[in-house]
Write a protein that binds this ligand. Structure first.
Ligand SMILES: Nc1ncnc2c1ncn2[C@@H]1O[C@H](COP(=O)(O)OP(=O)(O)OP(=O)(O)O)[C@@H](O)[C@H]1O
Ligand SMILES: [Mg+2]
Length: 227
């Protein structure tokens, strides 16, 4: 019997509350994602996909409702503990990667391990395994700014995996990729699913949401999950 590892319960997010530019980006959204499943969140631009992913990814707190990750109500935790839970359980791939351009590939990948107090030796060992896996070993000491788009994307995936987090969230991961890189990314995602990761991806891209490896497609419209 599958367990929900990610749950959103009646979650609402309002930006700029009480101001003239107030926007309710997510309205009463509820979802459950089972361990080991691959779920895609699709919907038109502005429908609230990134906001919902950020709520599940503990990047921001809901205005109302609960986000529950591995049984813990993270939305109720003080910031420090929410961040700790996030680092242990969630890997996040941002649409624009959010890598640090002036730092090396290695230093970017090990970054999430520093607040966890992992020793430099252990950090490098884990990073080297991922560098090998994502065919980046020859770029280990290169600055991010000198890499191609596809290489940067692989670094972003490696950084999201360095904590051995079982939950991977990716926001429009193919938005800037050509068809070869999109197909490579799908291969990585399928491998991660096979190794037991639970994955939630936002995407407009039919190549993603029509992929046979996808277990469920959720649709958003005007801040609500409609299917
Ligand atoms: N930080 C913010 N402050 C204020 N409003 C925001 C913020 N982030 C998003 N919004 C607004 O919330 C709504 C939902 O935005 P969101 O980025 O979640 O949509 P999306 O479905 O991811 O869109 P896209 O497909 O274009 O990425 C939009 O109207 C947007 O302008
Ligand atoms: Mg978005």
């Amino acid at each position: 019997m599958a367990n929900p590892v990610v749950q959103a319960v009646n979650v609402t997010k309002t930006y700029n509350r009480g101001k003239p530019n107030e926007v309710t980006a997510v309205k009463h959204a509820s979802l459950k994602i089972d361990e080991g499943s691959l779920v895609v969140l699709k919907g038109p631009s502005g429908s609230g996909k990134t906001t919902l992913l950020s709520l599940i990814g503990c990047q921001t707190k809901p205005t109302r409702g609960e986000v529950i990750i591995r049984g813990k109500k993270v939305s109720k935790l003080p910031e420090k503990f929410m961040n700790q839970h996030k680092r242990r359980h969630i890997g996040f791939i941002f649409q624009h990667f959010q890598l640090i351009a002036g730092m090396s590939v290695l230093d970017n990948i090990v970054l999430p391990l520093i607040p966890e107090g992992v020793s430099p030796k252990a950090r490098n060992k884990r990073a080297d395994r991922l560098l090998e896996q994502f065919n980046l070993a020859h770029r280990r000491q290169f600055k991010i700014s000198s890499l191609s788009g596809g290489e940067q994307q692989r670094v972003a995936i490696a950084r999201a995996l360095i904590n051995n987090a079982g939950i991977l969230l990716a926001d429009e991961p193919t938005a800037h990729l050509d068809s070869k890189l999109t197909s490579d990314l799908l291969d990585y995602i399928e491998q991660l699913k096979q190794s037991g990761h639970t994955i939630l991806i936002t995407s407009h891209d039919p190549v993603i949401y029509q992929n046979p490896a996808v277990d469920r497609v959720l649709e958003m419209k005007d801040g609500q999950i409609t299917s």
